[in-house]
Design a binder for this molecule. Structure first.
Ligand code: COA
Length: 185
């Protein structure tokens, strides 16, 4: 398993283009990454400064350059608006697995847009990156995220009790996974 393409893999779906995150996306992404609601169940605290977002963009580019992950900007085709991001990290090539992450501005929730993006990157993950297993760790209270994974065919492996300290509280994390042989694509 490897990210073999030299240029960043762009993916097109019915309503979306998934492309590399660039410095110019900072303003759009900062709106989401600084939003209490969007980051409520994410490991990171909401970013206070645009510099935090700019740094994260650099970090994500480095992840790809190092072959350690890939994160796409999720862009709406009709108007070029950046809706959020999604991708794979914690790649374990020796085990043919990776972790999936995603987030989107709350004004775009409830339209099946992230489900469309994730179905596309899962196809890429299993076919081009040769994953056998994709996993996701979801805060037990994050029902939207659990629903999207369920729709994509993910199954619950188990619950990691009080796995993370989020905003001063220990929270349970569900671990879900989708295996190559279970994919519905
Ligand atoms: C997780 C997150 C991406 C889910 O977004 P979402 O918009 O609810 O998810 P989907 O793209 O699957 O959309 C599903 C909804 O769109 C509706 N929908 C409308 N049109 C649709 C269409 N054409 N196709 C599919 N679903 C459609 C579905 O009925 C569903 O609505 P419901 O939630 O009321 O049942 C979003 O809540 C988010 O960014 N959360 C914050 C970050 C986060 O928690 N990330 C995950 C960490 S593990």
């Amino acid at each position: 398993m490897a990210i073999t393409e030299k240029s960043f893999p762009m993916i097109e779906t019915e309503r979306l283009v998934l492309r590399e995150i660039v410095a110019d996306d900072a303003a759009a992404l900062h709106r989401y990454w600084s939003d209490e609601d969007v980051t409520e169940f994410m490991v990171l605290d909401p970013f206070a400064k645009i510099e935090d977002t700019q740094q994260m963009i650099v970090l994500l580019a480095g992840l790809y350059a190092d072959g350690a992950g890939v994160r796409w900007a999720v862009v709406r085709k009709e108007d070029g608006v950046v809706l959020g991001t999604c991708g794979f990290h914690n790649l374990k090539p020796e085990h043919f697995r990776a972790e999936m992450g995603y987030e989107m501005g709350k004004e775009y929730w409830g339209r099946g847009l992230m489900a469309e993006a994730l179905a596309a990157i899962l196809g890429y993950g299993f076919d081009a990156m040769n994953f056998n297993r994709v996993e996701a760790f979801v805060n037990a209270g994050n029902t939207r995220s659990l629903r999207i994974l369920e729709k994509l065919g993910f199954r619950l492996d188990g619950t990691l009790r009080e796995y993370e300290l989020a905003r001063g509280r220990f929270v349970d994390q569900h671990c879900l996974s989708l295996l190559r042989r279970e994919r519905r694509l």
